[in-house]
Design a protein around this ligand. Structure first.
Ligand code: BGC
Length: 720
């Protein structure tokens, strides 16, 4: 690593502060004379811009090249800029949204897709991605559930670590590696009522057990940067939260990387009412270890003053700048400010045949078969197919946060199906729209007529892709508009109806479940969505996705999650739908979700047998082996995620009814039996107690397999 002390001694204070700021690319491509518009709104002068150390939201490799080149022509010490963007589920070749990726339970696949994204993004000039987003979630109303991988902390942690590993690829200096930034620290996903940016109030035990571990897993995996969240956490916005940013992040976890604010999060400390003015906001953020301020100008305008007033020392400023310079050095930018990127190569690197094939595989692996009364897979010999619904021939299925993905480059369901069964007659009828205010039912008659004529109906329903993602929370998570009515009318006309659903969040679709024999949930599948739908419906791919987040029966059940407490008055699932006595159930729909976390069907039938523990008692320091035999009781090869759960039966704190402690995805040939083994040790049985310690307590535990409310086999285990 270079010694930057000499460089620091030559830099002016303005040059140093510039290294601690990041602005949008548009500020750097406007003409030098232009200081109106966004730049003036931020209170910046063109002199300020000259020192700025990093850029976000640029268009492509060419733009990165031009901004860097222009910068270096004038940069006094030849310090390169660093270029950052959000690469959430692909760069140009878009794969399924992270919530869907979680459903694959396949970390090799996550790594493969993330490597592809890294290669394309690096070719597009991206040196750092604001990924992984590992905010733990339980409320499907929140639009940003699409960016997470759901309601389980172990899955979240493994996914985050896999993304870090794949993007960084061992050495962020490599031209096709991209440095990562874990976000949003912390508990942004706990927003009250699922409303974006809303207050987060979470007990320390819930924070420690569910919300914090995935950020820590990314740090352990070597993430270089971290972004604090917009929200208040127990009263204090994250970026100004000393307990979070200092006590937990630095002192307890020893994080030593670069911290960058979220977009204007420093400025928003004023709206939160914890800073009187921007100077105060800059003071709070800097004091709590934020190195780079994104898109507000507290540092540029006030950090110098804060040093002159001895609120901060020159040495503190130097430490922060040093951290940024060292990071740029780790990226190799002092040797090659373009990070190996050649603008002319971007186009050829992206959306290749191989990348499309991988996106197609990914989209199929992440889909979840929610229901199948035996109608699926469909025969390729089918003569007449009615493709009905607003998403039947729609390109907008790539999802929010699709970086450089283009809707027009995606494969629609109609295109995928036409290629799969070229000889069949295919009728495509939209039937209705899919926005909230699409109430027009005048297309129903044509849809019903097509359904009557068809051998099989494929209904394509869902949310528009812009209904999830940042700032897109919903109070009603049903199918928007009159899509449910369309589905019921069509299903009445033809009982051979399959629904293919699309969304950026779990949906409440009890009527669809009651009326339609088969439902395949595609989430937002990305560029190759339509081909993946065809692969799954016609059996070229056997569905294997399992839900990473529960689908409620009604929005009023949110937040809903499998690892809930039992309460003092639980009700047996058998009496789920009726109100009997005083108990914790809702009287109008029960407590169980429509489809639980872990639910997902296959065209194969898997039989679980012989759950065995190498010992039924053990103690700290020892390990036991758990084995389960899984039989593929069908004539189709398939994939199955085998999940291991535990329940602490008696402890000093009430414990959840289930907790996932391990999982493995296996491929099983038709008729084959596989023995799946897991190791369990005492650390996996720990919880955060009221004295703020991780502990396990001796006593009875149950070890189970199956999923959430559908445990198949259970054995007792005593911890001595
Ligand atoms: C989002 C972040 C994102 C940043 C930069 C913010 O609005 O909250 O997740 O990384 O913008 O695009």
């Amino acid at each position: 690593m270079k010694d930057f002390r000499k460089l620091l001694s030559q830099m002016t204070i303005e040059e140093k502060i510039g290294q601690l700021t990041q602005y949008n690319a548009n500020l750097f491509i406007q003409s030098d004379a232009d200081i109106t518009g966004p730049m003036a709104d931020l209170g910046l002068t063109k002199n300020d811009l000259k020192n700025v150390g990093s850029v976000l939201n640029f268009k492509n490799a060419k733009e990165v090249y031009e901004i860097q080149k222009k910068h270096l022509e004038k940069a006094p010490h030849q310090i390169p800029m660093v270029f950052m963007m959000d690469v959430i589920h692909g760069y140009r070749t878009i794969f399924p949204i992270p919530l869907a990726l979680g459903c694959s339970f396949d970390m090799d696949l996550v790594e493969e897709l993330s490597r592809m994204a890294a290669k394309e993004a690096a070719a597009g000039g991206i040196q750092v991605t604001f990924t992984p987003m590992v905010d733990y979630v339980r409320d499907a109303r929140w639009g940003r559930v699409m960016e997470t991988c759901g309601e389980d902390v172990l899955l979240n942690s493994r996914m985050g670590a896999a993304q870090v590993k794949a993007f960084q690829n061992g050495d962020i200096k490599q031209p096709d590696s991209v440095a990562t930034c874990v976000k949003h620290f912390a508990a942004y996903g706990g927003a009250e009522a699922g409303r974006d940016y809303n207050t987060v109030e979470i007990s320390e035990h819930a924070l420690r057990e569910y919300y914090l571990p995935a950020y820590k897993a990314c740090i352990d995996a070597g993430v270089d940067m971290l972004m604090p969240s917009f929200n208040t956490l127990n009263g204090v916005p994250s970026i100004a939260n000393e307990w979070l940013m200092q006590d937990v992040l630095r002192k307890e976890w020893g994080f030593d990387g670069v911290v960058i604010s979220d977009y204007n999060a420093v400025g928003e400390l004023l709206q939160h009412g914890v800073a009187e003015n921007l100077k105060d906001a800059a003071k709070l953020a800097f004091k709590n270890g934020c190195h780079i301020e994104m898109c507000s100008s507290g540092y540029i305008q006030h950090l110098k003053e804060l040093i002159e007033e001895s609120i901060f020392t020159q040495a503190q400023l130097d430490e922060a700048v040093l951290k940024v310079l060292q990071f740029k050095d780790k990226l190799g930018l002092f040797e090659d400010p373009y990070h190996g990127m050649i603008p002319e190569n971007e186009e050829a690197t992206c959306l290749t045949v191989e990348h499309r094939a991988l996106a197609r595989k990914g989209a199929a692996e992440c889909a979840v078969l929610l229901k199948n009364d035996g109608i699926l897979p469909l025969s390729k010999e089918v003569k007449k197919v009615a493709l009905i619904g607003p998403l039947a021939d729609e390109h907008e299925i790539i999802g929010f946060w699709a970086c450089r993905g283009r809707n027009e480059e995606s494969i629609t369901v109609a295109e995928g199906i036409c290629k799969m069964i070229p000889d069949a007659e295919i009728m495509v009828v939209k039937g209705c729209g899919n926005r909230f205010d699409d109430c027009d039912t005048s297309g129903f008659a044509e849809a019903v007529e097509a359904a009557k004529q068809a051998d099989v109906v494929i209904l394509c329903l869902g949310e528009p892709q812009k209904y999830a993602g940042e700032g897109n929370s919903r109070t009603d998570i049903c199918l928007p508009g009159v899509q449910t009515e369309l589905a019921l009318a069509v299903a009445k006309a033809n009982e051979n109806t399959v629904a293919v659903t699309f969304s950026g969040r779990p949906l409440a679709i009890p009527k669809l479940d009651a009326a339609i024999p088969a439902i395949l949930h595609m989430w937002m599948p990305g560029t190759e969505g339509g081909n993946a739908v065809a692969d799954l419906l016609f059996g070229d791919v056997n569905p294997s996705g399992k839900l990473s987040m529960s689908f409620p029966k009604a929005v009023g059940q949110c937040p809903i999650y499998y690892n809930h407490m039992n309460t003092g008055r639980p009700k047996s699932p058998a009496k789920e739908s009726r109100h009997v006595g005083y108990c914790s159930n809702y009287i109008d729909c029960g407590n169980l979700p429509l489809y639980s976390f872990g639910h997902g069907l296959s065209y194969s039938e898997f039989v679980y047998e012989d759950l065995c523990l190498s010992s039924d008692e053990f103690q700290a320091g020892e390990k036991i082996t758990v084995s389960i035999s899984v039989r593929n009781n069908s004539d189709r090869d398939g994939k199955e995620t085998v999940m291991l759960y535990m329940r602490d039966m008696v402890a000093s704190n009430a414990r959840p009814v289930q907790q996932l402690i391990d999982f493995k995805k296996i491929e099983i040939k038709a008729g084959e039996i596989q023995i799946v083994t897991f190791e369990v040790d005492e650390t996996m049985l720990r919880f955060w107690n009221n004295r703020n310690e991780w502990v396990s307590e001796s006593g009875l535990f149950q070890i189970s397999t199956g999923y959430a409310d559908h445990l198949i086999l259970t054995k007792n285990l005593y911890l001595k």
